[in-house]
Design a protein around this ligand. Structure first.
Ligand SMILES: *Cc1c(COP(=O)(O)O)cnc(C)c1O
Length: 392
């Protein structure tokens, strides 16, 4: 990836907004994440406006902060949970079980029973074993069958681990009905931060095929779950959400015409990503030899502090130094822990001010998703990533 010109803050945030964030961050010990709930609400509204007929299920693994969940619940959002712990958290906030789906295809039988007892009635499956467990513990529930996708085009693919081939899905649909469940719809996830909108086309076409062969068995599937994969604003620009929505709606129309199924979407990153700014500090700057051109900049946050998505440099955050200098140089960015995997960016060279020193603040934009929830609890004794809500 080549960037033709230096990054500008205004490409990602209004400069006044950034001033507000910097002011709030002043004097607080780093590292920490600042979350803007207004932005969470705006992102939800934007998605709802672009998919006016869809039911939105926020995938809370992206950012499970209570305030985020409350903000979305107030907006009318539903929630996709992966574990009983997430389900308990949602119920504890007063969110009714009718607004919760159990979306993980990897579930203990005892957890399925727990969810069912609490009133959850939507489950997702992709294997015979899991389906049988749901059949035993959650009779009559609505079942989504998860189709496998190849994940290409995504910055953070989820391929291979989840979903099954259409032939297997067909068998599961038939079996589900036999064991007293309600075959309800087909789901898929094209991979997170998906850049190729055409990936939805591929999966929607397969869904259409499954709808028609299920019908021959007398089974009327009712819903399609388009998953997550909607983008947030990282270094490399994507199309606008409006374009994603326009294209996806075109694919749906092409396949289903006037017999449109119920539409579900499960955004995570798109809701939380650009609502968070991560504030960190330079611990030290070093060169590996006297003649080395490249400076290593060690920050007080790294992979274990929550930046796991820098693995293979997959997610490239917009990174800004507080020091504003014209004279920029390429650096290696690394984290603070005593593990050699704790290097953030070495192949891709960020350009930061040439005179960076210890104590200088570094801001990671669009860091609201998949950071606090990933942060380790005590590696090298470092506490989990602190999170603040920006006062409005
Ligand atoms: C993680 C996840 C999502 C959210 O994906 P994003 O790409 O962050 O929007 C949605 N659905 C399921 C089943 C997931 O596991």
């Amino acid at each position: 990836m080549l960037l033709s010109r230096p990054l500008r803050i205004s490409d990602f945030m209004r400069p006044l907004e950034f001033e507000k964030i910097k002011k709030f961050a002043l004097g607080k010990p780093t590292p920490f994440l600042i979350l803007d709930l207004k932005k969470i609400a705006q992102n939800y509204d934007e998605l709802a406006e672009n998919f006016p007929t869809a039911k939105i299920f926020y995938a809370l693994k992206a950012n499970p902060n209570q305030q985020v969940l409350k903000t979305l619940a107030k907006k009318g959002s539903n929630f996709d949970a992966a574990t009983i712990f997430e389900i308990k958290k949602l119920l504890g906030l007063g969110i009714p079980p009718e607004r919760i789906s159990f979306g993980n295809t990897i579930k203990k039988e005892i957890d399925i029973e727990f969810a069912y007892r609490k009133g959850v009635r939507i489950f997702v499956t992709d294997s015979v074993n899991d389906l049988q467990k749901i059949g035993r513990r959650a009779p009559g529930s609505k079942i989504f069958f998860r189709l496998i996708t190849e994940g290409s085009g995504a910055d953070w693919p989820l391929s291979r681990k989840f979903g099954a081939h259409p032939d297997m899905i067909y068998d599961l649909i038939v079996k589900a009905k036999k064991i007293g469940l309600t075959p309800f719809g087909i789901s898929f996830h094209v991979g997170s931060q998906q850049r190729h909108i055409g990936q939805w086309d591929n999966s929607i076409a397969q869904v259409k095929y499954l709808f028609s062969i299920a019908k021959r068995e007398g089974i009327n599937l009712k819903a399609i779950n388009l998953g997550g994969g909607f983008p947030t604003n990282y270094l490399q620009p994507t199309q606008k959400l409006k374009i994603y929505a326009r294209e996806i709606k075109r694919f749906l129309k092409k396949n289903f015409g006037t017999k449109m199924p119920e539409i579900f979407v499960e955004p995570g990153r798109m809701i939380a990503g650009d609502a968070g700014v991560l504030v960190s500090e330079v611990i030290t700057v070093a060169r590996k030899s006297a003649t080395s051109e490249i400076e290593w900049v060690f920050l007080d946050i790294g992979k274990f502090g929550g930046l796991i998505e820098t693995t293979d440099e997959a997610i490239k955050y917009p990174i800004f130094a507080e020091k504003r200098l014209r004279n920029l140089q390429e650096v290696v960015l690394a984290g603070p822990t005593c593990d050699s995997v704790d290097v953030l960016y070495e192949n891709f060279k960020y350009r930061l001010p040439a005179n960076l020193r210890e104590g200088d603040r570094i801001y990671f934009f669009s860091a609201g998703a998949y950071t606090t929830s990933y942060s380790a609890i005590e590696f090298n004794g470092i506490p989990p990533l602190q999170e603040y809500i920006l006062p409005n």
